[in-house]
Design a protein around this ligand. Structure first.
Ligand SMILES: C[S@@+](CC[C@H](N)C(=O)[O-])C[C@H]1O[C@@H](n2cnc3c(N)ncnc32)[C@H](O)[C@@H]1O
Length: 281
């Protein structure tokens, strides 16, 4: 059954991915060192995903990416040596990946659909990743997805997600007041109401505590790295070289800050679930 949450994601992302520039994706994948030097040092979700030895961890491994979107990360992981299955609910995502892969010819299989309905037969994975993905799921679907991920992962496998972090009510309220491209300020009530009708995010909590609680039901180890506690302020700096520099510097600076500060001020988090609990244990 296709519910409202799934419908809204399909409607939204089919439009987004239909407009993508495939040449840009191909160029980025063909230059992984350049792409990661530029993005994994600056963009919070790339930074979160590609840390703690991720490049070495995926080499020669079977990786499943959920909510793979434009396929850039799935194709990049394959370029770095992984065998990748890339899944998204949007059909347009598969079209983009297959089109880019006509040129790239990488070991990536793109599939469309609800993860729960897909039969992977006896296939298992070393790593499951999701970049800005879990927070698009309702609680019920997230719980069922994590349960299925735990069954598909090898015993020493890992699931790694980068997700928004909302641990401070004050900073969250501030975030909704500051408009960003494509989303009006909450103070602009009419425009915000209109935007909300097409928003693909369900109403839910994205706190660190939530991801720790839900993950620990299916995994024996949960490690969460707080990110973007300083970087989040790049939004008040005009785009350009100084903005980029600030973002890079802030990721390095926050490593020296106290954990409590990073916890409350983080705008993003890298969530690493290890040692899946198998149902028959
Ligand atoms: C914020 S986008 C992130 C896309 C990509 N991972 C990235 O980082 O650019 C969220 C993605 O999750 C996908 N998505 C939402 N709900 C999904 C579901 N139930 N199953 C699979 N994909 C889903 C959307 O279609 C969209 O591509």
């Amino acid at each position: 059954m296709t519910d409202q949450n799934i419908k809204q994601n399909i409607e939204h992302y089919d439009q987004v991915y239909a407009k993508l520039n495939i040449v840009n994706i191909i160029n980025s994948v063909n230059n992984p060192e350049w792409f990661l030097a530029k993005n994994a040092t600056r963009e919070t979700s790339w930074h979160g995903l590609y840390q703690a030895g991720f490049i070495d961890a995926i080499k020669g491994r079977n990786v499943l990416e959920l909510g793979c979107g434009d396929g850039l990360n799935a194709l990049l992981m394959a370029k770095l040596g992984a065998n990748v299955v890339a899944l998204d609910i949007s059909e347009a995502s598969k079209i983009v990946i297959e089109k880019a892969n006509e040129t790239l010819k990488l070991p990536v299989t793109a599939i469309t659909g609800d993860f729960l309905g897909i039969d992977f037969r006896l296939q298992t994975f070393d790593i499951v990743v999701g970049k800005d993905f879990l927070h698009h799921l309702t609680y019920e679907r997230e719980e069922a997805y994590l349960r299925k991920i735990a069954t598909l992962l090898k015993p020493n496998g890992e699931a790694r997600f980068t997700e928004p972090a909302v641990n401070s009510k004050f900073l969250d309220a501030l975030r909704w007041i500051i408009p960003v491209p494509g989303r009006p300020s909450k103070l602009n009530k009419a425009a915000f109401r209109e935007w909300k009708k097409h928003d693909p995010h369900p109403e839910r909590e994205n706190s660190t505590r939530h991801f720790r609680d839900v993950g620990s039901r299916y995994f024996s180890s949960v490690d969460i790295i707080m990110l973007g506690s300083i970087e989040r302020f790049h939004r008040i700096i005009p785009p350009g070289k100084f903005n980029d520099k600030f973002r890079r510097w802030s990721h390095r600076l926050e490593l020296n800050l106290p954990h409590w500060f990073r916890h409350y001020a983080a705008r993003s988090q890298a969530i690493i679930y290890k040692y899946p609990k198998k149902e028959n244990e």
